[in-house]
Design a protein around this ligand. Structure first.
Ligand SMILES: NC(=O)C1=CN([C@@H]2O[C@H](COP(=O)(O)OP(=O)(O)OC[C@H]3O[C@@H](n4cnc5c(N)ncnc54)[C@H](O)[C@@H]3O)[C@@H](O)[C@H]2O)C=CC1
Ligand SMILES: O=C(O)/C=C/C=C(\O)C(=O)O
Length: 486
């Protein structure tokens, strides 16, 4: 039976109060192991270790060596690829085919890309004139921000945690990570890799636990944490922002979404179907960038709905390790209850259930897992809760539109603004429409095409700030302007 411990000051440790909680396999509801539950004492110890690390070897380490250490972390993840893969898929239930190509390689890449980015970003310098004629130079020096609190979610656990930890360490900070209580294992495993790679003790710390009145809240409230980065639900973001207000700490938030796809009659239908299928159902719909609202030009509406439903109907639900599996279960029974409550609501609101809408019949032990059917609805008004609220499951509502203006209006009629996808072969339309969409990321004829150097984040209630490439360096470093009079 697996036992997941905290990782503080380079060592694994148990909870001071001796409390643990169960880690459950969402495929069959079986207990995988126990996780040590941290409280105020563990957060205090981790933050103190992180603070201490900022005065030791890590602070004195030349940038070139820090880059090499972070490359060694990436190598270490790759060396133990199968271990990370199995742990991630056991915690989440996601298919190996996804984690093998996305979660684990990206978990490693996040260290390499940001370590290299730090070394390639130029220093800003301005010469200025002065009244005495001798002038002055302004040089912007990039320094670590300090101790970074990282609160990460369960949908892409290693990927989204390293997306924050990679650049934070590349900029010379130390971190305290509170991984999601649903998926603690790969974050804990990374501690071993950090030690093997030569990351000094205290630079990377992990405390397990829950959100409110637990490790998450204690971390975000801690006055010795200099900045907080969070991915998760918008309401949690509001709570963390309130905590960060005390002490005026900086935040970077990537929050919820209710992302639209606009499918125009001039699209390449095969590509639009394949891309929308992935954007709705990949990772069992548990991707913040995923599509939950599809708007299709009326002349191709029936064909599109029919073909998408047919493709979704071919999806094979199964065990993570089965190469034939397209979709796993949801992350937990709690999340299953939430998604199924929306499936019920859709029926109550009068939706046409094109496909799915319930719990699939799974064989043997899988019958106890957190499974839901891939689901497509049509026929609901835009005011319906199904169309307005983030469900975070394998489902979408499809609605027809008559012209470009209406499509843009429908896409933007949401409090969220994370991502959007447009499907059209008319280049003028693509250039005209994409900037009018209120979203931090808009794809045209693609979905989830990610270059780690590009700005990533949401507008409206989908987030604050941008991470990715130089934007991550902006958040994870403090710029000091040094003005030198000649
Ligand atoms: N990437 C995304 O956009 C994600 C969105 N979600 C959405 O959020 C819904 C709820 O899922 P949860 O896992 O409960 O998301 P959540 O936003 O509540 O949890 C994410 C992380 O925040 C921590 N947390 C929760 N409350 C906190 C607080 N007051 N202070 C500090 N940390 C706190 C949790 O322990 C976890 O590590 C999902 O149904 C889905 O709609 C969930 C995960 C990822
Ligand atoms: O960075 C990526 O490529 C993926 C990001 C996905 C999320 O942020 C999410 O689903 O929460």
């Amino acid at each position: 039976m697996q036992e997941v411990k905290h990782f503080i000051a380079g060592e694994y440790c148990e909870s001071s109060l001796g409390r643990t909680f169960d880690n459950i396999n969402p495929c069959n509801g079986e207990k995988i192991g126990v996780v040590h539950e941290g409280g105020e004492a563990e957060i205090n110890a981790a933050v103190a270790a992180a603070r201490e690390a900022l005065t030791g070897d890590w602070a004195r380490m030349p940038e070139q060596q820090r880059t090499e250490v972070l490359h060694a972390v990436a190598d270490g993840v790759e060396k133990r690829f199968d271990e990370f893969l199995e742990a991630e898929c056991l915690d989440t239930g996601k298919p190996y085919s996804i984690a093998r190509h996305i979660d684990i390689p990206r978990g490693a890449a996040n260290f390499r890309v940001f370590a290299d980015a730090v070394r390639s970003v130029p220093t800003e310098a301005f010469h200025m004139e002065t009244p005495d004629g001798s002038g002055a130079y302004n040089i912007a020096v990039r320094k670590p921000k300090g101790v970074i609190g990282v609160i990460s979610p369960w949908n892409l656990p290693l990927l989204l945690m390293t997306w924050k930890v990679g650049p934070a360490l590349a900029c010379g900070n130390s971190v305290v990570v509170k991984p999601s209580e649903e998926t603690p294992t790969t974050t804990a495993l990374l501690g071993e890799v950090m030690n093997e790679a030569g990351v000094p003790p205290g630079v990377f710390n992990v405390v397990h636990g829950f959100g409110p009145d637990s490790a998450g809240e204690f971390l975000t409230r801690h006055r010795d944490v200099d900045a907080i980065t969070f991915t998760g639900e918008t309401r949690t973001g509001e709570a963390i922002m309130r905590a960060a207000a005390s002490g005026v700490r900086d935040v970077s938030f990537e929050l919820g979404g209710k992302n639209p796809a606009l499918v125009f009659a001039d699209c390449d239908m095969d590509r639009a179907i394949e891309g929308t299928l992935r954007s709705v159902f990949a990772n069992c719909g548990q991707v913040c960038l995923g599509t939950e609202r599809v708007y299709v030009e009326r002349s191709i509406f029936d064909e599109f709905v029919g073909r998408l439903a047919e493709a979704a109907g071919r999806y094979k639900l199964g065990r993570p390790e089965d190469p034939a599996t397209d979709m796993g279960p949801l992350v937990s029974h709690e999340h299953q209850r939430k998604v199924l409550s929306y499936y019920e609501l859709a029926k109550e609101e009068g939706a046409n259930v094109i496909i799915g809408g319930g719990v699939p019949a799974m064989p043997g032990d899988l019958a106890n897992g957190a499974w839901v059917e891939p689901t497509i609805w049509t026929g609901l008004p835009e005011s319906s809760r199904i169309v307005r609220e983030e469900i975070f499951g394998p489902c979408c509502h499809i609605q027809p539109f008559d012209d470009e203006e209406e499509a843009i209006r429908l896409a933007n009629d949401t409090p969220y603004g994370l991502a959007a996808a447009i499907w059209s072969q008319d280049a003028s339309r693509v250039f005209r429409v994409t900037p009018l969409i209120e979203a931090g990321i808009t794809w045209a004829n693609a979905w989830f095409l990610r270059d780690l150097r590009t700005p990533f984040g949401g507008c409206k209630q989908s987030g604050i700030g941008r991470e990715g490439g130089v934007h991550s360096l902006e958040f994870y470093s403090e710029l000091q302007n040094i003005c030198i009079k000649i």
